[in-house]
Design a protein around this ligand. Structure first.
Ligand code: HAM
Length: 410
């Protein structure tokens, strides 16, 4: 026998019976975005590697070790997209969206790729839904985006959701803070995990994300950016908070929230679920006021978020919905053509109708109808008039085929 294949490590198949929940997430999100004036955008699954190196940042885990990069036949360096914000900013610039009324509000849904260590809720190919509002620095934008994600989780009735909120200040004000933090970390470097120690110069703020006990202890006493916000940044943050407070959105202030991508400025946030264990982050984002400029545009403020579809599905408080059908048409061999035509007619009338496609006996077909959870069965047998059977009660009666659609209540 030839060897069989398996889906690559960290990837998964989305099976037919798993599709219903995703479709519901999509439908709820699409409606929320539509009402809020967000347009759907889709960008390619791969981009120039430099877009992420420059956009997401050289010092991040994503760029340093998680990208699936390759050279194509033309010698171009390409990368399967690890995230969606840099590609959308690329599209914003490429299509001259600066000329539209600002902010330009976009949403997206699709696959992303990161070479991470796979575990529950963490995959190498996963799907994200996300929103980006490019072209305004109003605190209303930050608040609106957070509220939209909150509405999505509420619309899906996701239980046990927490929101963490922080601010990283503007890039300029962060320069002095980073120096202060580096000096603090150097002073206590013996207590830090080696991986944190090595990155004091490159990315000191990531030390807040470490789960090494020694490092955590050090970080508990570390100065935070939230305490060092300049007047403008503090004013902006307070304005975001005031809108959220008025909207009744509960959040926890978290001065240690740093996020894993380099482009963030000012507001950052993350939604967590207490049902997800170690990979608790359902979705997160923040402001990225420097990214458009970093990718070759004029200085343009922007804000956005992304949420993981697989993590949302894991956190959903519901059983997988069955795909019960309305009617199964069972037929003896010489009535199969009639059955095929009838099924087409029933489907056109809006019913979920199936028939046997595997040459089963009439008895076998009734079993199949049962397995499919059919509400009713129509039996076409050369030896007697057509019958309509209620699958739950087992009651059966004669059926005038011309009235089948009406009888089935379509
Ligand atoms: P992120 O926090 O890297 O942000 O990813 C957003 C969400 O994607 C996470 O909260 C998580 O639910 C999901 N996710 C990330 N990695 C994985 C994985 N390996 N397996 C399963 N799910 C995963 C971003 O990607 C930013 N682009 C968000 C953003 C948009 N910021 C501004 N605009």
């Amino acid at each position: 026998m030839s060897p069989r294949f398996q889906a690559p490590r960290g990837t998964f198949d989305i099976l037919a019976q798993e599709w219903g929940q995703r479709a519901r997430v999509y439908a709820v999100a699409a409606e929320i975005f539509d009402r809020a004036g967000y347009g759907r955008i889709e960008t390619p699954a791969f981009e120039d590697t430099d877009l992420f190196a420059r956009g997401v940042g050289q010092s991040t885990d994503i760029v340093q070790k998680e990208m699936f990069s390759f050279e194509d036949q033309g010698g171009r360096n390409l990368t399967l997209r690890p995230e969606g914000t840099a590609p959308i900013v690329r599209a914003y610039l490429e299509h001259g969206m600066q000329k539209l009324a600002q902010p330009v509000k976009l949403w997206h849904w699709g696959p992303y790729f990161r070479h991470e260590r796979p575990q529950s809720g963490r995959f190498r190919e996963f799907n994200q839904i996300g929103a980006e509002a490019i072209g305004s620095d109003s605190p209303l934008v930050d608040a609106e985006l957070i509220i939209l994600l909150d509405e999505l989780f509420r619309g899906l009735a996701l239980p046990g959701i927490r929101l963490r909120l922080g601010s990283l200040g503007s890039a300029d004000s962060r320069v002095a803070y980073r120096e202060e933090l580096k000096a603090y970390l150097r002073g206590r470097q013996k207590e830090l995990a080696p991986s944190v120690r090595e990155r004091i110069d490159l990315n000191p703020m990531r030390a807040f994300d470490s789960d090494d006990p020694g490092t955590r202890q050090v970080m508990e006493e570390a100065p935070t950016m939230l305490e060092r916000l300049g007047e403008d940044d503090a004013g902006h943050f307070n304005a975001v908070r005031a809108v959220l407070d008025r909207a009744g959105i509960a959040y926890q202030l978290d001065p240690t929230l740093v996020r894993g991508l380099d482009y963030y400025t000012r507001t950052v946030f993350e939604f967590e679920s207490d049902r997800l264990g170690a990979q608790a982050a359902l979705g997160g984002g923040g402001r990225y006021d420097g990214l458009v400029e970093r990718l070759g545009g004029r200085a343009t403020p922007a804000c956005g978020w992304a949420a993981g579809i697989e993590r949302i599905v894991l956190a959903l408080d519901e059983e997988e919905g069955g795909n019960a059908i309305d009617v199964f048409v069972a037929a003896s061999p010489d009535r199969r053509e009639r059955a095929f035509a009838l099924v087409r007619e029933l489907r056109r009338a809006g019913l979920r109708a199936e028939l046997d496609l595997a040459d089963r006996s009439l008895k076998g077909q009734m079993k199949q109808a049962d397995r499919l959870g059919a509400r009713a069965a129509i039996v076409l047998d050369e030896e007697r008039p057509a019958q309509l059977r209620d699958m739950a009660s087992g009651e059966q009666r004669e059926l005038d085929l011309a009235r089948a659609v009406e009888e089935l209540g379509a």
